[in-house]
Design a protein around this ligand. Structure first.
Ligand code: HEC
Length: 148
C-alpha cells in the first residue's frame, strides 16, 4: 500500500504527465490503476450529491472536481507504454488504436478540467450538467477499451 501512496505522491508533484520518459509495463499498470482509484473516490463523492444520497455541498463538490482535474492528465503517463499483459484489464487495442484512444482520453481530461472551472463559478445546475458530460467518458472508454 505504501508503494501506491508513494506513486500517487510522486504523481501529484507534476501534472504534465510526461515526466517519466520510459516506464516498465508493470509500473505503468500500477500507476494508472492508482490514478483511477483516486479518481473513483472523487467521482463517487460528486455522484452521491447528484443522486441525493448526500446533501449538496458546493465546496466539497469543488474539492472533488479539483482533485479529479489535477490527476486526470496523469493517465497519459499511465498509458504511455504498451502494457496489456499481467494484472490489467486494459485491452491490447488501446495501443493498436492509440490515436483514437488518446482522443478519448484527452476529451475526458478536458471535460474534467472544465468541471473544476465550472465548479469554481458555483452554479449548481451547470455543475450537474458538466458532471454528466464528464461521466459519459468513463463508460464510453470502459466499453471500448477495458475488459469486462
Ligand atoms: C480513455 C479511457 C478511460 C477513461 C476516460 C476512463 N477510464 Fe477507467 N479505466 C480505463 C482502462 C483501460 C482501465 C483498466 C486499467 C488497467 O487495469 O490497467 C480502467 C480502470 C478503471 C478502474 C479500475 C482501477 C483498478 O484498480 O484496477 C476504475 C475504478 C476506473 N477505471 C474508473 C474510472 C472513472 C470513474 C472514470 C471517469 C471519471 C474513468 N475510469 C475514465 C479506461 C478509461
Amino acid at each position: 500500500m505504501w508503494k501506491k501512496a508513494a506513486l500517487i505522491a510522486a504523481a501529484c508533484i507534476t501534472t504534465s504527465g510526461t515526466v517519466f520518459a520510459e516506464m516498465k509495463p508493470d509500473d505503468a499498470i500500477e500507476y494508472r490503476q492508482s490514478v483511477f482509484e483516486v479518481g473513483r473516490f472523487q467521482f463517487g463523492g460528486m455522484a452521491a450529491m447528484l443522486r441525493g444520497e448526500q446533501d449538496w455541498n458546493t465546496p466539497a463538490f469543488t474539492e472533488h472536481a479539483k482533485v479529479l482535474a489535477t490527476i486526470a492528465p496523469l493517465l497519459r503517463t499511465g498509458f504511455s507504454v504498451e502494457s496489456h499483459e499481467g494484472d490489467t484489464d486494459a485491452l491490447p487495442k488501446i495501443w493498436r488504436e492509440k490515436a483514437e484512444f488518446d482522443e478519448l482520453l484527452n476529451s475526458y481530461i478536458s471535460d474534467a478540467e472544465k468541471l473544476y472551472q465550472i465548479a469554481q463559478q458555483g452554479d449548481e445546475n451547470a455543475m450537474k450538467q458538466q458532471f454528466k458530460a464528464t461521466a459519459r467518458h468513463c463508460k464510453a472508454c470502459h466499453d471500448d477499451y477495458r475488459a469486462d
